[in-house]
Write a protein that binds this ligand. Structure first.
Ligand SMILES: [Zn+2]
Length: 186
């Protein structure tokens, strides 16, 4: 079990270009296990590899969010959004890379994602609500797109100030953590 440090905004590593996974080897399985440990430890609904400083195109979504009966995370390797629509939904989102920051984000209500699992098996998943939102949020991470890019100038400055304060008050050990009743953190 390894709970990894989560990279926090404005760390430039969150903007690095990511790359497709080509080999589904032991190193990938270890990355997936560490991401799962980190996601569960921080009570996130999802996590992307780039949030722990890794540039493979990989993210995980909590199995319960994905509508599974167990909490085994669903693993997305080389994911792409192949379809989206059914209107627009606006809802608050948090992010493990932005402790304490919640912003309203407008997104397509529904998406279909095609990906491979950690063993290279292709699958598709579709979802709206929390799942649709988590899929889009995590997919954004793989393109370097962050919550701070989804808001207007005033809110952007507020987020920057808040994160500056967060960094000055924390020694880098503290992490965002979902609480009962708080909006989804992904
Ligand atoms: Zn995030």
């Amino acid at each position: 079990m390894a709970v990894l440090d989560v990279v926090k905004y404005p760390d430039p590593r969150l903007r690095e270009p990511t790359f497709d996974v080509e080999v589904f080897d032991d190193a990938l399985q270890e990355l997936v296990r560490d991401l799962a440990d980190t996601m569960f430890a921080l009570n996130g609904a999802g996590i992307a590899a780039i949030q722990v400083g890794r540039l493979e195109r990989v993210f995980l979504i909590d199995g319960r969010v994905a509508g599974r009966n167990d909490d085994e995370p669903v693993v997305f390797v080389n994911p792409e959004i192949v379809e989206e629509g059914r209107g627009i939904s606006i809802s608050e989102e948090g992010c493990l890379s932005f402790p304490g920051v919640f912003v309203e984000v407008k997104r397509p209500r529904w998406v279909r994602v095609r990906a491979k699992d950690q063993h290279g098996q292709e699958f598709e998943i579709e979802g709206d609500g929390l799942l649709g939102r988590a899929l889009q949020h995590e997919h954004d991470h793989l393109t370097g797109r962050l919550l701070v890019d989804m808001v207007g100038l005033v809110k952007k400055e507020m987020i920057k100030r808040k994160m500056k304060r967060w960094h000055s008050e924390n020694d880098g050990e503290a992490d965002a953590r979902g609480d009962e009743g708080s909006p989804v953190i992904v």
